[in-house]
Design a protein around this ligand. Structure first.
Ligand code: ZN
Length: 380
């Protein structure tokens, strides 16, 4: 087992606020409240220590995707881990039901090994009007029996299903998901304000990338955006990459929902942590230029190339959000949604020693997962 460590001198972001000159004690894989006698001390004065990031919507990275082989999925896990995401949910994209069930089996093994936190099915139960980068020919109505097949294929590791709840079977599918402890996420939807409220009453708790792939906010037709923002039961996903959302839209949502109801996500595809070029998103071809991913056919935005360390830095330096609020949106809130807040999402004794070291300009300078450095601290 790795020797115990005491990190001293940092500005530590705790659930109770920021502790200047604070310390974090790591004993084995966990955070401890008391340092063993043989602990190594590392002075990280001038740096921030924040909890490891939790990404609930992520399709890939490092040139590989969660729709590929187990090796591909691990490549994506490690690429995002190097950028501070110590807990990741693997997202699939619309595909043939048989293909998705098989992929769920493969990903559930990685969940059993502790490499991913579970599976998010984005599609095929989404609206053809708001399909984004999903294959139209493979879309289908959210028949609860079909939804059930995917949950079963995930062997207890299905964490979230994104669906257009206004489609036939949508509300019954939301109820089914809620009964099975799987998050019903409203997204890729053409629902009205009233239809969205009905889905929330049925048990939906997440808005899949709010604003993207849904009707815009109109003053007579407020649509899903108003219904999702105003309801205390909903956590809204936001993609903070400067491409998917205008800064003002992001800030409006953040301030309206409040810091307790936002989860920053990447919605990343293979090019995250990799580079420009040609990639696949499920069955569709994507061209990435200047870090923006678009479908070759039609030009829809096709996921992001974001990593959560960049989302953090942007939130603090461009959006001017308070660091404590950003930490909630990147760690505590998604951990709570996943029901994992007893283990991850904050720097508290007893939890996994998952942490990110940032310099005073919020550049990533180290990542620890379960007590081991994934990115060694760079304190130059
Ligand atoms: Zn997605």
């Amino acid at each position: 087992m790795a020797p115990s460590k005491v990190l001293t001198g940092a500005r530590v972001v705790l659930p109770t606020g920021i502790a200047d000159g604070g310390r974090v004690i790591v004993d084995g894989t966990r955070i401890a409240d008391r340092a063993p006698a043989d602990a190594e001390t590392l002075d990280v004065t001038g740096h921030w220590l924040v909890p490891g990031f939790v990404d609930i919507h992520n399709h890939g990275g490092g040139g590989a995707s969660f729709s590929g082989s187990a090796e591909d999925a691990l490549t994506a896990v490690h690429a995002h881990r190097r950028h501070g995401t110590t807990t990741v949910v693997a997202s699939t994209v619309t595909d043939d039901m048989g293909v998705l069930a098989k992929q769920a089996g493969l990903l559930s093994e990685l969940a059993e090994q502790g490499e991913i936190a579970g599976i998010h099915f984005e599609g095929p139960f989404i609206s053809p009007c708001r399909k984004g980068a999903h294959s139209e020919a493979l879309l289908r109505h959210p028949d609860p029996a079909e939804v059930r097949k995917l949950i079963d294929a995930a062997r207890g590791h299905a964490k979230m299903v994104t669906l257009a709840t206004e489609l036939p079977g949508g509300i019954d599918s939301v109820r089914l998901l809620a009964e099975h402890g799987v998050i019903a996420a409203i997204g890729h939807t053409d629902a009205t304000y009233e239809q969205t409220r009905e889905a929330i009453d049925a048990g939906a708790t997440v808005a899949t990338h709010l604003f993207n792939a849904m009707p815009t906010l109109g003053h007579r037709t407020p649509g899903p955006i108003a219904a999702l923002l105003e309801d205390e039961r909903i956590t809204v996903e936001l993609i903070n990459d400067g491409v998917h959302l205008h800064r003002a839209a992001l800030e409006l949502a953040f301030h309206h929902a409040g810091a307790a109801r936002v989860a920053f996500i990447t919605d990343a595809m293979d090019a995250a942590g990799s580079g420009d070029g040609r990639y696949m998103l499920g069955p569709l071809e994507v061209e990435v230029a200047d870090g923006v991913a678009r479908l070759v056919e039609g030009g829809s935005i096709a996921g992001s190339t974001l990593t959560l360390d960049r989302a953090f830095r942007r939130a603090v330096t461009v959006d001017r959000l308070p660091v404590e609020d950003v930490v909630r949106a990147l760690s505590a809130n998604p951990a709570r949604l996943l029901g994992m807040d007893d283990r991850v999402g904050s720097l508290e004794p007893g939890k996994d020693a998952d942490l990110v070291l940032l310099d005073e300009d919020f550049a990533l300078k180290g990542v620890m997962r379960r007590g081991e450095w994934v990115v060694d601290p760079q304190l130059g």
